[in-house]
Design a protein around this ligand. Structure first.
Ligand code: SAM
Length: 425
């Protein structure tokens, strides 16, 4: 075999074989031209690395000099995450070595922090109650709030409520979420703007719902820092009735085949996790590139069994990976079918959810794989689900009482400034 053309890993495996078969010492191998005993020791050490890292060396992505320092780390998962980081950032061997020693130093100085205790609920981690009161959760105990409140578009869980009722209740839940969020924590809210609203002049006018929540949250030191556009695709097939031979030129409307995800951050410094946790939560360069794109192309679900408004798992997956670390706690105060909890669990995060409608218990339990709950009278009604599968009756909700939403948001905007000017006066 031509030694020159072998990878370092192949040479190491060959050396190991010679030792095992002929009981050669390092000195014997040296005499056979395999280099100094020290270099033979180092070559053999490479075989103690996880196979994935050995593959990186074999493929020429990393050198033995990059990888030998990784042997100082105890856990394979951390070794592998750090190797990925070396590749993604094209680190030199000396920088890679420095990274490992920094990691070890951090580990020595950092005290282990206690995780958040989530009080027991009858259904693990799920409270079937109104999330305006989340007194089970201590202040600043949640690292990421990830949620989608009712939009006010006539869904089965919005029936018999006015838009003002819905938005006001949503605001109270979000305010309570501000209390439990850690300083520097993210609150990611997916809510569609309302494109079928008619204003007092009877003119269709877009309502930027996120802007209303922004007014409310900033009063709690939680500020809008990013907007992600979730592009749901498949709009044309549903809405082609908007176009026919009588469609007037210039009357075209854009499709609402997208929804924003508003990313708010609470003021204060986000506490750094332990070094090994940071490594385990590491996003590769490819994942990072996908996440920082402002437009996320993720198909909405075609079929929604048991709840009319379920997220595709990819959406919460990206948000949880971006804005939380392994072992931290994620809250969804408008849990719906339980998607956030399911994904958080898959990503080794703790999670807690609140859902006001007990009829979604079955779908939540099923999604979490907790237990097979038999269908109960609580189950989401077939009638309601069928109604929601149709086009949501947006126009009806807003044209009935167009002043409500305006009044609501007007109330929110001056609330603080009025108080401020009163106290200044
Ligand atoms: C848009 S859905 C959430 C869907 C969820 N993202 C999913 O993937 O299944 C909103 C949910 O919030 C619930 N809800 C509404 N008001 C609530 C409140 N005050 N407290 C707790 N849950 C509430 C509704 O019953 C509904 O299931």
């Amino acid at each position: 075999m031509e030694r020159q053309s072998l990878s370092q890993i192949e040479i190491a495996r060959h050396l190991q074989k010679l030792k095992d078969t002929f009981n050669y010492s390092h000195r014997d191998l040296e005499l056979k031209g395999f280099g100094s005993p020290a270099s033979i020791t180092n070559a053999l050490k490479l075989l103690k690395l996880p196979v994935k890292i050995q593959d990186h060396i074999h493929e020429g992505k990393l050198t033995p000099a990059h990888c030998l320092p990784l042997l100082k780390l105890d856990e394979e998962e951390v070794q592998e995450a750090m190797a990925k980081r070396f590749i993604d950032h094209d680190l030199s061997a000396s920088k890679a070595k420095g990274r490992v020693s920094n990691y070890l130093k951090k580990g020595e100085t950092k005290q282990s922090k206690e995780g958040v205790e989530i009080p027991a609920a009858e259904t693990p981690n799920v409270y079937f109650k109104d999330a305006r009161d989340m007194s089970e959760l201590p202040d600043e105990s949640i690292h990421l709030v990830l949620t989608s409140p009712p939009y006010g578009i006539g869904m089965e869980y919005e029936k018999e409520l006015t838009l003002k009722d819905i938005v006001t209740a949503n605001c109270s839940v979000l305010e309570e979420s501000c209390r439990v969020l850690v300083p520097g924590g993210v609150m990611a809210i997916n809510v569609a703007d309302l494109n079928n609203h008619k204003n007092e002049k009877g003119i269709r006018e877009y309502i930027l719902v996120g802007s209303g929540y922004q007014q409310v949250l900033r009063q709690h030191g939680v500020y809008l820092s990013d907007i992600i556009i979730w592009h749901k695709q498949k709009a044309w097939s549903k809405r082609n009735q908007l176009y026919n031979e009588n469609t007037k030129h210039t009357s075209y409307r854009t499709m609402d085949n997208f929804e924003p995800v508003y990313v708010f951050r609470k003021e204060g410094d986000r506490q750094e996790p332990e070094a090994d946790i940071a490594e385990r939560s590491y996003l590769t360069k490819d994942q990072w590139k996908e996440c920082v794109d402002g437009v996320w192309r993720i198909n909405a679900l075609n079929k929604q069994d048991g709840h009319p408004n379920q997220w595709p798992e990819e959406l919460p997956t990206r948000l949880i990976q971006m804005f939380s670390f392994v072992g931290e706690t994620v809250l969804d105060p408008f849990l719906g079918s339980g998607t956030t909890l399911k994904v958080a669990k898959d990503l080794n995060r703790n999670a807690v959810g609140y859902e006001i409608a007990e009829k979604y218990k079955q779908v939540i339990m099923k999604k979490l794989g907790i237990e097979d709950v038999p269908p109960a009278e609580n189950e989401a009604s077939e009638e309601g689900l069928a109604a929601c599968a149709e086009e949501a009756p947006k126009a009806e909700v807003f044209s009935n009482d167009p002043a409500l939403i305006k009044e609501f948001f007007e109330q929110q905007v001056p609330r603080k400034s009025t108080e401020a000017s009163a106290s200044e006066a």
